[in-house]
Design a protein around this ligand. Structure first.
Ligand code: NAD
Length: 482
């Protein structure tokens, strides 16, 4: 067996998990994974390609029918065992995530808990896999709906919250009777592999959940293009999502895309400014701003703009530094900031590399960017937020909606009328009043509009719609035969 579990804080090689077996990539090639906290080598990961994807899809295809034959209740019970195992391995999993991402142990522990809670929620859905009974225009006809698995699901995920990202997909995919091939981010391979191993230990049969590592353009693309993959469920950037939608769309595969955001938090002149300050900082900068739901635009009413700005800048300077995921990511963000400066935007704090080695960018606040400018429209996925000044609610809503994205949003106000108006008019999948732009829970459908997704919702009972097809069953009785 290949060694890959943490040994004295070090991870050795991270192989694939196919049909219950750990295996190197068929090519024998490896990729290097560096620690964001100091840039040192953390581990090597299998550099998989089409041959590895072929094996994993074949294993999933072979394992799926027997898994689907089990009742949803039985599958839920196995998934509950997995959630319990994740909880039992809480510390170990969190430590792997700390190494892979450079985030704090506290944050990583919270993310393990979020993955566990998703497991418990979905496991319970095994006993609530309800259909509907329908009335009919025809006499003696009884109609009901039932959920059917799709077959093999590709689960392609981002690095930012690695365990919740895979948990949000794997739990509902498996509950619905699918087998899956997960392609985790090349930046967070080891946590996904541990998830797969614990699934096996929990009793998920070999082949039902496979993990294939590698680059998106190689392993990921091969998975998207594979004829036997019925569903591609993807969490990542809009650019990659667009490519996946086109390629998988050609063969009419089902595609669920959970993409980026340029989320806005509005501070009205009647807001509780202490509360607004707290949530704006947490939404913009926690996890180094690497959240799809990060508040990357803070929109303040004219009357409170200066106070909001001065408070945020003062507090941002006190925040403990967190690294972004890679050198490339840091360079990309610094480049965007440089272009914004030359376009006339003003960097009030941060905007520069904090220390090297490690991929640290100081929490950055920018003002005077045009709403239509590159930096206002592009998701940076780092600790950068932009400040905008507006003269009232209508202007705030127009500015918030002037974005290619529509994932989450927040408004701080003591006016019920403003809150309701904002909730009605804002173009976003999630609206929060007097809180942050992030903080979804397992039973709440999550997703966005416009370039933030394709309309599916992850988590909540809505996730079951992603991973199953609806079948309408018609029973026509003949009363003369009674
Ligand atoms: P990314 O698009 O670069 O990569 C995401 C995943 O896709 C990775 O596993 C990558 O290897 C893979 N990939 C890349 N190219 C591929 C291809 N051609 N075919 C198949 N797979 C491919 O995104 P990222 O940098 O990992 O993540 C950041 C993005 O994810 C941000 O836009 C963020 O907003 C988004 N995100 C969205 C949500 C959500 O729920 N909406 C949650 C977390 C992150």
């Amino acid at each position: 067996m290949l060694a890959h579990v943490p040994v004295g804080g070090l991870l050795a090689d991270t192989p694939n998990l196919v049909d219950g077996q750990l295996s190197e990539a068929a090519s024998g090639k490896w990729l290097e994974k560096r620690r964001p906290a100091d840039g040192t080598l953390l581990c090597r990961i299998a550099r998989s390609g089409a041959a590895d994807v072929e094996q994993a899809v074949a294993a999933a295809t072979a394992a799926q029918p027997a898994w689907a034959e089990a009742t949803a209740v039985a599958r839920g019970e196995t998934l509950r065992e997995l959630a319990l195992l994740l909880r039992a391995h809480r510390q170990e999993l969190a430590e792997i995530v700390v190494e892979e991402t450079g985030k704090s142990l506290e944050l990583a522990l919270g993310e393990v808990d979020a993955a566990v809670e998703m497991g418990f929620f979905v496991a319970g859905e095994g006993r609530r896999s309800y259909g509907r009974t329908l009335t009919s225009a025809m006499a003696h006809r009884t109609v009901y709906t039932t959920r059917q698995p799709l077959g093999v699901a590709a689960l392609i995920t981002s690095f930012n919250t690695p365990l919740p990202n895979i948990a949000w997909k794997a739990f509902p995919a498996l509950l619905c009777g699918n087998a899956a091939v997960a392609k985790p981010s090349e930046h967070t391979p080891a946590s996904a592999l541990r998830f797969g191993e614990l699934a096996l230990e929990a009793g998920v049969p070999p082949g039902v959940l496979n993990v294939v590592h590698g680059l998106g353009s190689e392993a990921g693309a091969a998975l998207v293009e594979h004829e036997d993959v019925a569903l591609v469920s993807f969490t990542g950037s809009a650019g990659t999502g667009r490519w996946i939608n086109e390629r998988a769309g050609r063969r009419l595969a089902k595609v669920c895309l959970e993409l980026g955001g340029k989320n806005a938090l509005v501070v009205c002149d009647d807001a509780d400014l202490d509360n607004a300050e707290r949530w704006a900082l947490a939404s913009a900068f926690s996890n180094a701003g690497q959240r799809c739901a990060a508040a990357s635009r803070i929109v303040a009413f004219d009357e409170v703009y200066e106070e909001v700005r001065d408070r945020l800048v003062a507090r941002a300077l006190e925040l403990p530094p967190e690294p972004v995921i890679s050198e490339e990511s840091l360079e990309r963000i610094l480049g965007a900031l440089e272009r914004a400066r030359s376009d006339g935007a003003v960097v009030l704090c941060g905007g520069e590399r904090l220390r090297s080695p490690g991929f640290y960018l100081a929490p950055t606040i920018v003002e005077a960017a045009e709403s239509g400018s590159e930096i206002a429209r592009t998701e940076l996925f780092g600790p950068v937020t932009l400040l905008f000044r507006v003269r009232g609610l209508d202007e705030a809503i127009a500015l918030v909606n002037d974005s290619p994205y529509g994932l989450t949003s927040a408004i701080h106000t003591s006016s019920l009328h403003r809150a309701l108006r904002f909730a009605e008019k804002v173009e976003a999948g999630v609206v929060v009043v007097n809180g942050g732009t992030h903080g979804s829970e397992p039973h709440m459908g999550f997703g966005g509009v416009k370039s933030s997704g394709t309309g599916w919702r992850e988590a909540g009972v809505e996730a079951l719609d992603v991973y199953s097809d609806l079948k309408v069953v018609n029973l026509i009785a003949d009363p003369t035969l009674v």
